[in-house]
Design a protein around this ligand. Structure first.
Ligand SMILES: [Zn+2]
Length: 439
């Protein structure tokens, strides 16, 4: 959570990988034109634009439904025309929902002014992010449903309430970069879902920050049940139960500020979970999941950290399932993860992941001797992409295994899993190996 995030990102701007499906690139203002980024053509349209603000960046998500071809670029401030610095995303072959035209999403958080969209030319929709000041940013796409995520670095003021869409602004201002003066009638209308209610509902930061802040992320929820066991036990219910136990135990110690990405049976997109974790100086992010396999005998516990690829087919299949995409979509993935953050945090994340896994297996073994450890692993989990803190993902046994599914119905087993996570997090906190440590 260092303040030098912006400068650090500069270093990665040229590291751009193109993947068949997930594409990320880092860019800075010195990068005048990013080459087009991929994707198969399809009939899709921009259906929603949302934004979240936290102390490190503001995240804008542009939902297009189907995969689209897109390109991001920047424009410097144009005082002659009264235009601020801008980031724009050209989306080709896409339409735009009428509700988004001519209604900019007003943000005005000291970092972003507004987000608007319009038809740039016959085949292109342009989404323009008007900035209050120049800033580094990253753009990447996530599939199923396809959405383009723009993270603009810098601290934004977090408003108490969403702001209503303002009057149409900027009309025919020269949002088009040099070539086409036929400026788009660009002011988009984006539903004012500026801060999602769930994000906005997060408790305010306490006046006196406890030593360690932990975000527990029970995977799945709502329409997404996660994996389902042979007798119908749902992953989403199990991980929520475990998360509540962890929260209760951590709060009892008095050493932690504990939050949860969800505390009920609701669906939350993966990228929103990460944005929530980055909000409010969270030190440790623990995503909770239960594994599943076609091999009904597969068993045991493993804990993951984010990596660009997976070391074997099983981990790749797991990441694909947790990401909600077919495995083929994941195979071409080249993650550009912000090495500044993940590089620094990765060692910490690896350390925490190993501690978590060992402790969970040990605690569960006291109730169920022979609980198996599959150890520390790495895979490309979307929910961990962009996390600025020490972040791990626990796969707490296999719900597809009849014996392990039965265990997961036993509160004592869930308590053991929670005890393991709590022990590891406390150990990690007490030893001062915190994400806030500068590297
Ligand atoms: Zn899961």
């Amino acid at each position: 959570m260092e303040g030098e995030a912006g400068e650090r990102v500069d270093l990665t701007l040229l590291r751009r990988h193109l993947g068949a499906f997930l594409l990320l690139f880092c860019a800075a203002w010195s990068l005048v034109a990013a080459p087009p980024v991929a994707a198969a053509p399809g009939i899709s349209r921009i259906s929603d634009i949302r934004a979240w603000t936290n102390e490190i960046y503001t995240r804008v998500a542009i939902y297009t439904g189907d995969e689209v071809s897109w390109e991001a670029n920047t424009l410097r401030a144009d005082p002659l025309h009264g235009l601020p610095p801008r980031i724009f995303i050209d989306i080709r072959g896409a339409g735009i929902h009428d509700g988004i035209l001519h209604k900019p999403v007003e943000i005005r958080n000291g970092l972003l002014r507004q987000v608007r969209a319009g038809r740039f030319d016959r085949g292109t929709v342009r989404v323009v992010i008007d900035l209050e000041r120049e800033s580094t940013y990253r753009v990447f796409a996530l599939p199923a449903p396809f959405r383009i995520i723009v993270d603009i670095d810098g601290e934004g003021e977090i408003p108490a309430l969403p702001v209503s869409p303002g009057p149409v602004a900027a009309g025919s201002s020269p949002e088009n970069p040099v070539p086409s003066p036929a400026a788009p009638t660009a002011s988009p209308a984006i539903p004012p879902s500026f801060e999602s209610p769930r994000v906005a509902a997060l408790p305010p930061s306490p006046a006196r920050k406890p030593r360690v802040s932990v975000m527990i992320d029970p995977g799945h929820g709502g329409k997404d049940p996660g994996a389902i066991g042979p007798t119908g036990l749902k992953e989403k219910d199990v991980v929520l139960d475990i998360a509540r136990r962890i929260r209760e135990k951590l709060l009892l110690s008095g050493e932690f500020d504990v939050r949860m990405t969800r505390d009920e049976d609701v669906f939350i997109p993966l990228e929103e979970r990460t944005a929530m974790a980055n909000k409010g100086s969270v030190d440790i992010f623990v995503s909770l999941h239960i594994n599943a396999s076609r091999n009904r005998r597969a068993e045991g516990f493993s804990t993951y950290v984010l990596s660009r690829g997976a070391s074997n087919r099983e981990d790749l299949e797991l990441a694909a399932r947790e990401n909600g995409v077919p495995v083929q979509k994941l195979q071409g993935v080249k993650f550009i993860i912000d090495d500044m953050f993940t590089g620094a945090r990765k060692n910490e994340s690896l350390r925490l992941a190993k501690t978590v896994n060992d402790a969970v297996v040990r605690h569960v073994s006291t109730r169920y001797p022979g609980a198996q450890s599959n150890g520390l692993k790495q895979a490309p989990f979307y929910v961990l992409v962009g996390a600025r803190m020490t972040a791990v993902l626990v796969e707490a046994s296999f719900i597809s295994n009849t014996r392990e599914e039965a265990r997961l119905r036993d509160p004592a087993c869930l308590d053991g899993i929670a005890d393991g996570v709590v022990e590891a997090v406390r150990y990690y906190g007490q030893n001062g190996i915190l994400a806030h440590t500068d590297y």
